[in-house]
Design a protein around this ligand. Structure first.
Ligand code: DQA
Length: 152
């Protein structure tokens, strides 16, 4: 099966955007890290980024049925700023019952108060916050463990 890693707005700028907060790792580096982790676990990796809310919704809608068909184990989702604004992303995840690990590179709870609320958290399977880009590997492992446990 595969695992989907989904990145929202401005994450294409990783490495140059506020390195004091997000580090100097680029999104291409994150993709490599994810590919290594997926490979170790025997998973295919789908790694995507979009600045467009509707595109992210389309990808979420497509992934739900794939999980039920046993083709995917779910998604790691860094929704970027849409985390704090998007009822539509919340509804998409809920509608297709997609297992999602919500991920933030930075510890959003140490930052501005507008980053403290998440529309994704109530529909997430779990949340990884503030562990840097290493969180991506941990999130893939968590989805893999969850899928293995479900299989018994
Ligand atoms: C982020 C945190 C969000 O508040 C911010 O808008 C981002 C990145 C993170 O990974 O720490 O774009 O999701």
């Amino acid at each position: 099966p595969s695992v989907l890693v989904l990145n929202g707005p401005n994450l294409n700028l990783l490495g140059t955007r506020k390195p004091e907060i997000y580090g100097s790792t680029t999104l291409a580096d994150v993709e490599r890290l994810c590919r290594d982790t997926a490979e170790q676990l025997g998973l295919e990796l789908e790694f995507r980024q979009s600045n467009h809310e509707g595109q992210l919704i389309d990808w979420i809608q497509q992934e739900g049925p794939r999980v039920r068909a046993g083709e995917s184990i779910g998604a790691v989702f860094n929704a970027g700023a849409y985390t704090h604004t998007s009822v539509a992303l919340h509804d998409a995840i809920e509608s297709v019952e997609l297992p999602v690990i919500e991920l933030h590179i930075s510890n959003v709870h140490r930052r501005e108060s507008f980053r403290h609320h998440s529309y994704i958290s109530p529909v997430a399977t779990g949340i990884i916050v503030g562990l840097g880009v290493a969180g991506y590997g941990l999130a893939i492992r968590a989805l893999h463990e969850r899928a293995s446990a479900a299989k018994g």
